[in-house]
Ligand binder design. Structure first.
Ligand code: APR
Ligand code: ZN
Length: 369
């Protein structure tokens, strides 16, 4: 038996339940979890912004140690530290055939189960019923069984909480800057929303040697953290969108070359697009509620050769990118540890969601004994 955070109904508190976990089959490994980040995407599910079938073991930003391997598995060994990927590419769809695994249209992760549709978790008791694993990994649990391709070995010495964050917010934010936008040295960058994802965009912009990095949030404390990570300017966003745009234009000689929206709200998506100078690029990183639509003035957009890019998972190729980001952290060039301000127990998930909803604090990470 293992303990896991189980989502059943939108808007209801997530309960910690005891579940049975299957043995790994061919092509699968069992991972004893060491850490799981509390990401806003989990909150979207919990609050009902993204309809998901329940029951489902939550969590998609996790790290652990391989505890058992299925028959014939040689790519991973027991005892290896891994970060988990929430997107396992199918390998055969149009995007996969072109080498774009982050754009896979047929990932088994979308079904919150193994590639053959099997579930690895069941409820306890005399009448067991299946429980899904969020994105096929369900990291807010003491242990999980995942496809081999979801468990990415990391270099020795990476802090488990850091490894967990590499599994989602770091790859999403750093990759948006380095891989999706390919920000050139000297460019001006703005980042709207300074949670785990947005602060990772700031770290990515520092790595890209952006000339100016304007960090924007409605919570003043986030601006100081962004400054410590290398943002050159902080901008406190109020309700007056025009004032924010004007202040941003003043700081960036007419508008940022690249603006990253890392919240997933229509007003800030529109703010990002509207703030662009001629030739500027808005990179949409935050995930909105499912039904959201945004609008923008088309004529100046076309006339000024502006661009909008969507960036899923920071264009991550986990097998290649996770170890690379981990090594950058070990080398002191990607201070992921600075994103973590609270290490909590699995039982403290609901208060952690309350803090995340309120924008209070930085990344919270569940750590397992
Ligand atoms: N203006 C400015 N900042 C805002 C606003 C706003 N209107 N609304 C929220 N914010 C800030 C919050 O204060 C917080 O610092 O945006 C940040 C969002 O951070 P988190 O809630 O920690 O979210 P994170 O986990 O970083 O995810 C961001 O990316 O992957 C997606 O689903 C995820 O949509 C979410 C987004
Ligand atoms: Zn996430």
């Amino acid at each position: 038996m293992i303990r896991a955070a189980v989502f059943r109904e939108p808007g209801q508190p997530i309960a910690i339940e005891a579940l049975s976990l299957a043995e790994p089959r061919a092509g699968e490994v069992r991972v004893r979890m060491t850490a799981s980040g509390v990401c806003h995407s989990d909150l979207h599910v919990r609050d009902g912004d993204w309809p998901r079938p329940g029951p489902i073991a939550m969590g998609h930003e996790g790290a652990g140690v391989v505890e058992a391997v299925g028959p014939g598995v040689t790519a991973l060994r027991v005892g290896q530290a891994v970060a988990l990927s929430w997107l396992v590419a199918c390998g055969s769809c149009r995007a996969c055939a072109r080498g774009l695994p982050w754009a896979c249209s047929d990932s088994p992760s979308f079904g919150h189960a193994m590639p053959d549709g099997a579930t690895v978790l069941t409820t306890a008791g005399s009448d067991p019923s299946p429980v899904l694993s969020y994105c096929g990994i369900g990291t807010m649990a003491e242990a999980t069984v995942v496809p081999v391709a979801a468990a990415i070995p990391l270099p020795d010495g990476v802090d488990p909480a850091v490894a967990a964050l590499i599994g989602c917010c770091v790859s999403t934010g750093v990759g948006a800057v380095l891989k999706t936008a390919v920000v050139p040295a000297g460019a001006t960058v703005a980042v709207i929303g300074l949670g785990g994802v947005g602060l990772s965009c700031v770290m990515g912009a520092v790595l890209a040697e952006a000339g100016r990095i304007v960090a924007i949030d409605r919570v003043p404390a986030k601006l100081s953290t962004a400054g410590e990570l290398g943002a050159t300017d902080g901008l406190l966003a109020g309700d007056d969108r025009t004032a924010t745009i004007e202040a941003l234009r003043d700081l960036t000689d007419g508008g940022p070359d690249f603006v990253f929206e890392a919240i997933g709200r229509v007003p800030t998506v529109e703010l990002a697009i509207e703030s662009l100078p001629i030739g500027g690029t808005a990179v949409l990183v935050g995930m909105t509620p499912l039904a959201s639509r945004a609008s923008f003035a088309v004529f100046p957009f076309v006339d000024g050769s502006r661009r909008i890019l969507g960036s899923n998972y920071g264009f991550a190729d986990p097998a290649e990118d996770f170890p690379r980001y981990a090594q950058l952290q070990l080398d002191g060039r990607l201070p992921v540890d600075r994103l973590i301000d609270r290490r909590i127990a699995l039982d403290d998930l609901e208060p952690a969601f309350d803090r995340l909803r309120a924008g209070d604090g930085l990344r919270q990470v569940i750590v397992f004994d």
